[in-house]
Design a binder for this molecule. Structure first.
Ligand SMILES: CC(C)(COP(=O)(O)OP(=O)(O)OC[C@H]1O[C@@H](n2cnc3c(N)ncnc32)[C@H](O)[C@@H]1OP(=O)(O)O)[C@@H](O)C(=O)NCCC(=O)NCCS
Length: 168
């Protein structure tokens, strides 16, 4: 993700979340590649999805994942997330965590496919709606079992529609 992608990213962010991140929030992470990594999916010069990571001390936190509402259920979220997990492995991270709304079953299903498990629940985590968050974690990121899981997901994507750019 680069500064010129932010208009497209914010458009998706506003259509995806009741508490969208601001331009400043994204921009401040982009200024710190030593602890943040953001990927975008682009087709016909248009951002159609993005995901973000905050990392340090061998651990990472997934900060964002969203796909353009008109382009969901085409494997783009899976492809982006796979690219991010590949990057986490390349960084040598041992584990990952994230928060997800309790009602957001589609995202939970995606995360579970990647090996994330629910490990806790934060009461009223989303202040604007009072919703709880599940805390989900993926342990042992570089274990063979996990690498095999990623390969199976990669193979499963070969037949899916989206084959355009994923970009830093
Ligand atoms: C969650 C999200 C990123 C998934 O992106 P996507 O590109 O639609 O996901 P994919 O097409 O790769 O789907 C992967 C799997 O997730 C699950 N899934 C995704 N959308 C689903 C839905 N609406 N209902 C049920 N399962 C769903 C399915 O298991 C799907 O696999 P399948 O299509 O083979 O059945 C997307 O729905 C989104 O942007 N949601 C709003 C933002 C959000 O909630 N982000 C997560 C914050 S924690």
């Amino acid at each position: 993700m680069r500064p010129e992608h932010l208009d497209g990213v914010l458009s998706i962010e506003h259509r995806s979340f009741p508490n969208p991140w601001t331009r400043t929030a994204f921009a401040s992470h982009l200024e710190h590649p030593e602890f943040a990594k953001y990927l975008v999916a682009i087709t016909q010069n248009q951002v159609i999805g993005y995901t973000g990571l905050f990392f340090g001390g061998g651990q990472g936190q997934i900060t964002n994942l969203a796909i353009d509402p008109d382009r969901r259920r085409q494997g783009i979220g899976t492809r982006l997330f796979l690219a991010m997990i590949d990057h986490c492995q390349a960084l040598g991270l041992e584990g990952l965590s994230l928060e997800v709304r309790v009602a957001n079953e589609s995202a939970q299903t995606l995360y579970e496919r990647f090996g994330f498990a629910k490990v806790g629940q934060r009461k009223g985590y989303y202040q604007e709606t009072g919703e709880d968050a599940y805390v989900m974690c993926l342990f042992d990121l570089c274990k063979k079992e996990q690498t095999d899981k990623l390969e199976a997901i990669r193979k499963g994507l070969n037949n899916r529609e989206f084959s355009d750019n994923l970009s830093d």
